[in-house]
Design a protein around this ligand. Structure first.
Ligand code: DP6
Length: 320
């Protein structure tokens, strides 16, 4: 009755922002992401009939904050009449700070819980279970470049290119390690209801997805860079124009963008992307990784740097 799984966060190059069905947590738009290799979340789920409630530790400390969402995910995977569970989560990067910790957490939890419950679900079913818990988590089930599509009444994910087939590097510049002020779930709902740009965003997404998909197929870094930056800035414009406005950036976020622009001016193959937080992810061709890392590290206000390659999808490490 126990399962242990590992999953890596993923960073969207073409973003998911907004839902078409809140109850079933279905995204309004498709998205394309890259799964990272060095950052990870491990989840250990142990069902125990002697427990009265689910219990959660995060990095070995009791932590109730995420428990309600994790419990619902366990119900969806193992059934509502399941035994209560001991859940132990460990994460090697800052949680809830715009680094996609919910993606790796829910992907790992879904796989660990299915293992603990003795269910051998296929990837399509695991995708929909993880996506129900957190939209971006569905993409972390697969490695490399991953596309999430809206298909009929649900979602489907497929790999566009393996991690080793186009081994880009990602330099994550941490500009603030605290939790974000408004979580993505709530923020995207505020955007959907109030942002004057939201409808255009949804309308244009298919075009951005087509451009990025073709760029990945052709290993065309320049085209991918341009569409990823455009899509990212478009998502943040929606947030800025929402009521209340949501500005996740700080001064160092902006300085990081300037650093990326300077590097691009020198011919370096790099682009930025930013999620619902102040951290900047600089995605680059492998030969430029150390130059990009040094420039981001030297940017005023950057408190930490993590460099990673592209990695594999979520997997079960132990099952008993
Ligand atoms: C900005 O997957 O965290 O990172 O489905 O409500 O849990 P929920 O949202 P979540 O949103 C991720 C938003 C994003 C863009 C992306 O990853 O595509």
């Amino acid at each position: 009755m126990q399962g242990k799984a590992i999953a890596h966060p993923n960073i969207a190059l073409i973003k998911y922002w907004g839902k078409r069905d809140i109850d079933r947590n279905l995204p309004a738009v498709g998205s394309i992401s890259i799964t990272l290799s060095e950052l990870h979340t491990r989840m250990h789920v142990e069902f125990d009939k002697a427990l009265a409630t689910d219990v959660l530790t995060v990095n070995d400390e009791p932590d109730e904050r995420m428990l309600p969402r994790l419990s619902v995910c366990l119900d969806n995977v193992a059934g509502v009449d399941r035994p209560r569970a001991r859940i132990a989560s460990s994460c090697n990067f800052p949680i809830a700070a715009g680094l996609a910790s919910s993606a790796s957490s829910f992907a790992a939890l879904t796989v660990a819980a299915a293992g603990a419950a003795g269910k051998s679900f296929d990837t399509a079913h695991l995708t929909s279970l993880a996506g129900q818990a957190s939209g971006s988590a569905a993409r972390s089930l697969l490695g490399g470049f991953v596309e999430l599509e809206n298909v009929g009444e649900g979602i489907a994910c497929h790999s566009l290119c393996g991690a080793d087939d186009w081994p880009l590097r990602v330099v994550v510049a941490i500009t603030e390690s605290g939790p974000k002020p408004v979580g993505s779930t709530e923020a995207m709902e505020i955007s959907r209801r109030t942002s004057p740009f939201y409808a255009n965003w949804v309308d244009q997404q298919a075009q951005d997805l087509d451009t990025a998909r073709a760029a990945i197929a052709n290993r065309d870094f320049e085209t991918l860079a341009a569409i990823a930056e455009h899509n990212c800035l478009k998502m943040h414009s929606i947030m800025w124009a929402s009521r209340p406005p949501m500005v996740y950036w700080n001064a160092a976020t902006m300085r990081c963008l300037q650093t990326v622009r300077q590097l691009q001016g020198q011919g370096v193959g790099v682009f930025f992307t930013i999620d619902a937080g102040p951290q900047v992810k600089a995605v680059c061709l492998p030969e430029y990784a150390s130059e990009v890392e040094a420039a981001m590290r030297a940017t005023t206000g950057v408190v930490d740097i993590m460099t990673t390659g592209l990695g594999d999808g979520a997997r079960l490490e132990r099952q008993e």
